[in-house]
Design a protein around this ligand. Structure first.
Ligand code: TGC
Ligand code: FAD
Length: 387
């Protein structure tokens, strides 16, 4: 099963095993998710826990982690699965990313053996849904300024504060919560039935409608000492996890782009105006050609970064370059596809407007486009322009 509309034959760069994993993920996404996504987006109601269970059954959750019920596939294979999910909807890829690369990765990389045993097998199976609470109402791009505070009380910790825009948050069983302590930022593994924890879904979103996004509050939330992630100190902890999730987005966004390109080609070859298919007009072909070249080069960049990650030499600034470029490219492709579909482009009968609206969130979350520009700028100049 070759990747559709793979002009540059990026498929050629993949191993047989990677293609097999990609094909399995594609079948899952097409069979289990595609038939329902328009309704989930229309109603803004996502059965996230059921979907997590299905993704777990398909071996997708935490698939790039080793042990604890996880498949341990390579970075490129993980990226290819992200593509197939995001080809359906960025919100579904979000569910998968937050579970596997933010919540599970944090526990896997920074957790105690007890924390790993307690949570990871159930999260890999999709029995437990995870979330990652870094952003706050007043601290998004600058998580260093977070106000959520964890204070020692004997062997326990008492946490007060709030997190905002947390994917999966109000349906989760467990949230990795980042909080300020006397020793700097630390992470905590918080079961959501802990007294003092509350979560509320954010409504009226015009983007990521097939995703649960939540506000969390912690009021005198008492946690045992064993809730602390022992291996994460300072911002390095959450940023390390973000590196993983951003890497998945580099690939994933090309899935949304591919879906828009496919829709646009189908439409252009079947819609007739002035007694010709609109795909026979040079202006339409120019758009399709540009979309296809942009999609192909974004995919090439993804696989290149995947190979660097496999070699253990991928730098955060390179992940920023991929996230910045591929999100922009996908958004541009979605908007151009929208023009090719004319008025139908705004209809929920087609996926392009949904993808375009989702990609507005993708441009902002996991580090805004501007934050990634500044990360690359710092790499180039050695000068930090963040503050
Ligand atoms: P800075 O001094 O640069 O770094 C602090 C410490 O972190 C280390 N570090 C990294 N480690 C691993 N991976 C990276 N990408 C890293 N970047 C930095 C760094 O070495 C340092 O370590 P140490 O030991 O020397 O202390 O930190 P800064 O205060 O200058 O801030 C940097 C900045 C602005 C880039 C950072 O704060 C940032 O990335 N802000 C954006 C916040 C963000 O991305 N939030 C995302 C929230 S989660 C989310 O959006 C999920 S969306 C749902 C979905 O994924 O689908
Ligand atoms: P701000 O930081 O207030 O930025 C506003 C604008 O100012 C942006 O354009 C930004 O680039 C610009 N800006 C800020 N600082 C600078 C600077 N130094 N130089 C130049 N420009 C600057 N967070 C989580 O922790 N967990 C999640 O699961 C999660 N899921 C999300 C899901 C969705 C659908 C969305 C939309 C967001 C989610 N987020 C999550 C939050 C996301 O990470 C933040 O929205 C993002 O980091 C930006 O923060 P902010 O919205 O507060 O914007």
């Amino acid at each position: 099963m070759n990747a559709p509309h793979d002009l540059l034959d990026v498929d050629h760069l993949l191993s047989d095993e990677e293609r097999a994993i990609r094909d399995t993920a594609r079948r899952f996404a097409q069979d289990q998710l595609a038939p329902h996504v328009a309704e989930w987006a229309e109603t803004g109601e996502l059965p996230a826990r059921e979907i997590a269970k299905q993704m777990g059954g398909a071996g997708l959750l935490g698939m790039h982690l080793e042990g604890y019920g996880c498949a341990g596939v390579g970075p490129t294979a993980y990226g290819l699965a992200s593509i197939e999910l995001e080809a359906i909807d960025s919100g579904l890829r979000s569910l998968f990313s937050v579970q596997g690369s933010l919540a599970m990765y944090s526990i896997h990389a920074y957790g105690s053996e007890e924390q790993k045993q307690q949570w990871l097998p159930g999260m890999a199976a999709g029995d437990y849904v995870g979330a990652f609470g870094l952003t706050e109402p007043d601290h998004g791009s600058n998580p260093n300024g977070m106000r959520t505070r964890a204070k020692r009380d004997g062997d326990d910790w008492v946490v007060n504060g709030a997190k905002m825009w947390i994917t999966n948050g109000s349906v989760a069983d467990v949230v990795v919560v980042w909080a300020q302590t006397d020793d700097g930022i630390r992470g905590f593994v918080v079961p959501t039935d802990t007294p003092g924890f509350s979560g509320r879904a954010i409504k009226h979103k015009m983007s990521m409608r097939a995703s649960v996004t939540s506000e969390l509050t912690f009021e005198d939330m008492r946690l045992p000492g064993s809730a602390l992630l022992p291996g994460a100190e300072g911002l390095r902890g959450p940023l390390g996890a973000l590196n993983e999730a951003r890497f998945g987005i580099v690939f994933g966004t090309t899935g949304a782009a591919r879906s828009c390109l496919e829709t646009a080609i189908d439409y252009a070859t079947t819609r007739t105006q002035f007694d010709k298919p609109i795909g026979a007009f040079q202006l339409t072909q120019g758009k399709l050609a540009d979309m296809s070249v942009a999609h192909g080069t974004a995919l090439l960049l993804s696989v290149h970064l995947g190979r660097l990650k496999e070699a253990g030499i991928l730098k955060p600034a390179q992940v920023s370059a991929g996230k910045l470029n591929n999100t922009r490219v996908a958004l541009e492709i979605a908007r151009t596809a929208r023009t090719i579909l004319g008025a139908n482009g705004i209809s929920g009968e087609y996926s392009v407007m949904r993808h375009a609206n989702n990609l507005e969130s993708v441009l902002t979350y996991e580090g805004t486009a501007e934050i990634h520009q500044l990360t690359i700028g710092r790499e180039l100049t050695g000068l930090s322009a963040f503050a």
